[in-house]
Design a protein around this ligand. Structure first.
Ligand code: UN1
Length: 493
């Protein structure tokens, strides 16, 4: 069986603990991908020491040259797209079309970063004094700790690592334990593209590795995507130690369908939003808020179509929905289905493990729909991260907006309507970082800011132009060429 290594201090190295974790295919647990190191704080210490040297070198490399490396990364991803999609599906389960999309998001992020190397804009503004120059520009910060989830095993690491590198930081990267193979290949590609070895460090391992990264005094900034629970703990450490921190956490996203909506379009949207990636997206549609005039008809259409979704191995043709990523995730889904039943919601579809035939070897769960879900109930409020959709009936769009907003999270929302006035009101009044009109809650594009409000995040955005602000520090320069002492705010007034 292949034994993989971490990449620390410019070398592929064995686990310092001597311990390894098996990485198995969630669609068929008889298929073992390999053994991955179970690292610890000692690995992180060595990685950070080396990353500090990497930072000294890399910060002096001109940003356009840093961008050139990322352009080559993009080129390699293009060339290896199909192969990567296959290995990603093998380790985390979503269908090949989706892992190809995941790679494409990495490609888009690479090419965006490449060109950002020739922008990284600062400002030049007039000084209030004569013969004095005033400007701002961007500086790299230091060693960036990057901690990423399993659901977008390539795209999310690229959202963080590429802008971090483009801005001149070095990186210590800990991928989720369910998707170490994708992390491994991404680092191989960065090195092949010409990134100096000490600029990137890959430390495989469980939560203790993430913990050591976050607590290390020489890690200057941390970017994390994962659960709100873990994000809160990271936030406490970073608050105490004054580290810059970007958090991307939970969601409880809703699709709203109003009486005047194109129901066929709304149906395609909710099927994709709720059951794509087996519901394991931060942006997944977990709630469907339907206006009473079309409620019964739409629910019937939905249950009918959802019952025909084909569960299976994401690497096989015709599969619509893959497995959950591991047994703990499936048990979590089972617990929430029980909560729904206990709270009196009506189970309209699914509600059990799928174990027929080959499915018995994977972590499959039937697409599940609850109707008659009460706003405010646990099922309606808490993130599930699985293929469970709760339907809530409302009187009008005002009530729909209230239900949408009345949760702790605020990542994405969607409204299906033909009324342009309501569409714009939705953009303005739905408390989310992203609102889609006549499109599902998933489908963010790499060149726009991505993130949410309330318990979803801490105010930062990934993607687009905004992430470059997170990964760099503003510096201001004044040049006085008057040859005399000029006292600001005094001599000129
Ligand atoms: C996530 O769910 O964590 O918008 C990221 C989307 C994808 C990214 C999702 N482009 O669904």
């Amino acid at each position: 069986m292949t034994k993989f290594k971490s990449f620390i201090a410019g070398q592929w190295v064995e686990s310092s603990t001597g311990e390894y974790v098996e990485n198995r295919n969630p669609a068929d647990t008889r298929d073992v991908i390999g053994l991955f190191p179970k690292g610890d704080a000692a690995d992180v210490n060595r990685a950070v020491e080396s990353a500090k040297k990497g930072f000294d070198l890399w910060k002096k490399t001109p940003a356009p040259a840093r961008g050139d490396v990322l352009r080559r990364v993009g080129d390699i991803l293009v060339r290896r797209k199909d192969e990567l999609a296959d290995l990603m599906t093998r380790e985390m389960g979503k269908p090949i079309a989706e892992t190809k999309g995941d790679v494409q998001e990495g490609i888009d992020t690479a090419y965006y970063a490449a060109t950002e190397g020739r922008r990284l804009f600062g400002h030049t503004v007039p000084s209030e004094l004569r013969n004095k120059w005033a400007m701002s520009f961007r500086r790299p910060i230091g060693v960036a700790g990057i901690i990423t989830p399993f659901n977008f095993p390539l795209a999310i690491p690229t959202w963080k690592i590429f802008p971090a590198l483009l801005c001149g930081n070095s990186v210590v990267f800990k991928p989720a334990t369910d998707v170490p193979h994708t992390g491994h290949v991404l680092v191989e590609i960065l090195l092949e593209a010409g990134l100096p070895p000490e600029v990137v460090q890959l430390v495989h391992g469980p939560g203790r590795v993430g913990n050591a990264i976050v607590n290390h005094p020489d890690v200057a900034l941390v970017s994390f995507t994962g659960s709100t629970e873990t994000g809160s703990k990271i936030g406490e450490v970073c608050g105490r130690t004054h580290k810059r921190l970007s958090l991307e956490m939970g969601g409880k996203n809703a699709q709203i369908v109003l009486n005047d909506a194109d129901l066929d379009l709304a149906l395609e949207g909710v099927l994709w939003g709720a059951f794509g990636t087996t519901g394991q997206r931060c942006t997944a549609t977990s709630r469907l808020i339907v206006q009473e005039g079309v409620h019964d008809k739409f629910v019937k259409m939905l249950v009918d179509r959802a019952s025909k979704l084909k569960l299976g191995d994401g690497r096989k043709k015709g599969t619509d929905v893959g497995p959950l990523v591991n047994e703990a995730s499936r048990e979590n889904v089972e617990r929430y289905v029980q909560v729904g039943k206990d709270q009196g919601a009506t189970l309209a579809l699914g509600g059990k493990k799928a174990t027929a035939g080959d499915l018995a070897h994977g972590y499959f769960y039937e697409p599940t729909i609850f109707t008659g879900v009460t706003a405010g109930s646990r099922l309606e409020q808490e993130e599930i991260f699985g293929p469970v959709l709760s339907v809530i009936k409302v009187k009008d769009f005002t009530e729909a907006f209230t239900v949408n907003n009345d949760v702790a999270y605020g990542l994405s929302s969607s409204v299906y309507t033909r009324d342009v006035n309501i569409a714009f009101q939705a953009l303005q009044h739905l408390d989310n970082g992203i609102t889609y009109v006549n499109a599902p809650t998933i489908g963010a594009e790499a060149h726009l800011p991505f993130g949410g409000v309330k318990a979803t995040g801490n105010g930062h955005r990934e993607g687009g132009w905004e992430v470059y602000e997170f990964f760099s520090e503003t510096k201001v320069g004044y040049v006085d060429y008057s040859g005399a002492l000029q006292r600001a705010q005094i001599d000129n007034y």
